[in-house]
Design a protein around this ligand. Structure first.
Ligand SMILES: *[C@@H]1O[C@H](CO)[C@@H](O)[C@H](O)[C@H]1NC(C)=O
Length: 338
């Protein structure tokens, strides 16, 4: 008899709790509905993407184009294979711009090109800046040359800040959004990627501040964690070259000490396949999340696209004591042993 009475009571209590939760934030219901209620992109809206030569940027440019946007694809090599393919696959509504985000002159030229377009075609507006360009140099911190360290910070962190700063007035005018590609390394830095992880964690921290600053101007600041697509990107393409530079910079003491380990480490890395030519990354979830970040009226502040395995690892790392966490990290990267 007791259970018959308490069942509906339990229902009322649950309903009341949910109602209270929503009443605290009445817009939450609508936001949740609207998030999925997406329109398509318009040719009147510009999406500017950095680092479109290959991999993620190349794939994002193709997808933004497919969604109907006018795409400005920043390429480090405007005559390279990636930019040729982009122009071939998207004969309309896509332009390639030579862009090196470590070079202020190059950044200003790209910004002026966008400004000119916006002036020439009054209907045009700036929908989004996608900060994708990035460099990853694999190797223990001790091995990295000063140049390797500076290059990653210069591109990933300073370059992204440099171009975003120049885009701010336009983003404000059109109430656009900044989507910055970070990494799972921003959540948990991996050994062998300490500097890369630092730049990505730096980007995440920067976006946290920028998001609140820009919200009042109607500019949305979004981070995007794309998961691992090493085999479809050229992010590892120059790794052999980097390894040679590390070896050359080593002292004879380092040589003696790291000798076999350094060799096995780099053999392991060189076995990772590198895409010979730019290919669209085959991952539906990646594109649906990008679509949501670009189109939704109420986008999330962070999108994360990774295999379920990554989520489990990150959860375990977060709740574990350091000695378990560090063991997990080592299992996760599976690098050769010292
Ligand atoms: C910077 O960019 C400008 C314009 O694209 C170019 O003329 C110049 O050579 C670049 N400088 C460096 C150091 O790459």
């Amino acid at each position: 008899m007791d259970s018959v009475v308490s069942l509906p009571l339990l229902g009322y209590v649950a309903a009341a709790v949910i109602a209270i939760l929503y009443c605290c934030n009445p817009s939450a219901i609508f936001k949740r509905l609207l998030r999925r209620n997406l329109s398509t992109g318009s040719a009147n809206q510009i999406v500017f993407i950095t680092g479109c030569d290959s991999g993620l940027g190349f794939s994002f440019a193709l997808h933004a184009h497919k969604l109907g946007f006018t795409v400005l694809a920043g390429c480090l090599q405007p005559d390279g294979e990636g930019s040729k393919q982009l122009l071939q696959l998207c004969p309309e509504r896509l332009q390639v711009l030579g862009l090196d985000i470590t070079n202020e002159t190059s950044v200003m030229a790209a910004v002026r090109a966008v400004e000119d377009m916006l002036v020439e075609v009054p209907d045009l507006e700036l929908r989004a800046l996608i900060n994708n360009a990035g460099v990853m140099i694999f190797g223990e911190f001790e091995w990295l040359t000063e140049q390797h360290i500076q290059h990653q910070i210069n591109v990933n962190l300073l370059g992204t800040m440099r171009i975003t700063k120049r885009f701010c007035p336009m983003l404000r005018k059109y109430k656009g959004r900044v989507i910055t590609v970070t990494s799972h390394c921003a959540l948990a830095t991996l050994p062998g990627l300490a500097v890369y992880g630092a730049t990505k964690a730096g980007l995440a921290a920067w976006c946290d501040g920028l998001r609140v600053e820009q919200a009042k101007y109607g500019v949305r600041v979004i981070t995007f964690i794309p998961g691992s697509f090493i085999e479809h990107s050229s992010i590892m393409a120059r790794q052999l070259e980097y390894a040679r530079e590390m070896e050359e910079a080593m002292t004879s003491l380092d040589h003696q000490f790291f000798d076999d380990y350094f060799r096995r480490y780099n053999q392991y890395l060189s076995a990772i396949p590198v895409a010979a030519r730019p290919v669209p990354i085959p991952n539906d979830k990646l594109y649906s999340l990008l679509g949501e970040a670009l189109l939704s009226d109420y986008p999330y502040s962070n999108y994360e696209c990774g295999p379920f395995r990554y989520k489990c690892y990150h959860f375990l790392m977060k709740i574990s004591p350091t000695w378990i966490r560090d063991g997990l990290v080592q299992r996760f990267v599976k690098m050769p042993e010292f």
